[in-house]
Design a protein around this ligand. Structure first.
Ligand code: ATR
Length: 274
């Protein structure tokens, strides 16, 4: 039997075990996926221990996505540039790190939008999630991506830090709200609007143009206030569920070489999230 898992602190509420164990069973693979509660001070020992006992792969969640990097044998180029890893695979005696959060987000968005590289995009937020998304868009050749954030300096730092070709401006929230109609795609990456603060709006979308596309990485609630208002204004919208599904599906694919049934994964997530 092959053993997989997820490490984090806290870990009890992770829905990954339900999704991955169902996918293993559905593919009739003799594998199990277990949640491991690993505190920051135990991270190094945990990675060594997992390798010693032959854990075949694992996911990494908060707060270890960045701090795990020095303990891995190799890190995929995009994950290394972003500076965060959420999936590790054991290959030829090595633990190799990937960022399927970033890859999953890109797959979810590019499934919905053709010619993504030609679009004018606005990212709201400049934290860890924004960094993964911004770097991934640029690494795929989308150059026109502006960033707006409550703290402008963080948006400026993110742009300066990104090594890919770009035509990016850092904007205050007020500046971005004013020129919102210019954007084809708006991506909301902040925690504002996430349960239990679902009445919060990170941003006013009064100037949103009708044909635009709004993506919110939040999946709890499934429809944030921002998405509800965007729909009322005639925009197409996407919540965080697709990204969550694809980060899990891509991890499964890296481990097994098999593309899992993403509809099944989505159904389990919907049921688990209520
Ligand atoms: P994550 O890794 O989920 O991106 P993070 O790194 O803590 O989390 O980043 C949180 C992001 O949400 C930041 O862009 C933060 O803005 P600041 O940089 O100004 O702190 C943004 N954010 C959080 N709460 C917010 C709120 N109520 N309104 C606007 N932005 C908010």
């Amino acid at each position: 039997k092959k053993i997989y898992g997820v490490i984090g602190d806290p870990i009890a509420h992770s829905i990954s075990p339900a999704i991955q164990n169902d996918a293993f069973a559905h593919q009739e693979l003799d594998c199990i996926y277990h949640p491991f509660h690993i505190t920051p001070e135990n991270l190094n020992d945990a990675v060594k221990g997992m390798k010693a006992i032959g854990i075949a792969g694992f996911n990494i969640t908060i707060p270890h996505k960045t701090t795990i990097i020095p303990y891995l044998d190799e890190v995929d180029e995009l994950a290394a540039t972003i500076g965060a890893v959420n999936t590790v695979s054991y290959q030829d005696g090595k633990y190799i790190g990937y960022n399927t959060d970033a890859m999953g987000f890109y797959k979810a968005l590019s499934d919905q939008i053709s010619n993504l590289t030609e679009k004018k995009i606005l990212v709201i937020g400049a934290g860890g999630a924004a960094r993964a998304i911004y770097f991934t868009l640029l690494s795929h050749g989308t150059v026109s991506v502006d960033i707006t954030n409550r703290t402008l300096e963080k948006a400026e730092a993110l742009i300066a830090d990104c090594p890919f070709e770009k035509q990016s401006a850092a904007l205050t929230l007020v500046q971005a709200e004013e020129k919102l109609a210019e954007y084809d795609v708006i991506i909301q990456t902040t925690s504002a609007g996430m349960s239990p603060h679902q009445d919060a709006m990170p941003f006013s979308i009064r100037n949103l143009s009708e044909g635009s596309f709004v993506s919110d990485i939040i999946y709890n609630p499934l429809e944030t206030k921002l998405l509800k208002e965007a729909k009322q204004k005639g925009a197409d919208v996407q919540n965080g569920l697709d990204m969550l599904v694809y980060q899990a599906a891509l991890a499964f694919q890296i481990w097994t070489g098999i593309t899992p049934d993403t509809t099944r994964m989505k159904n389990i997530m919907r049921t688990t999230l209520g």
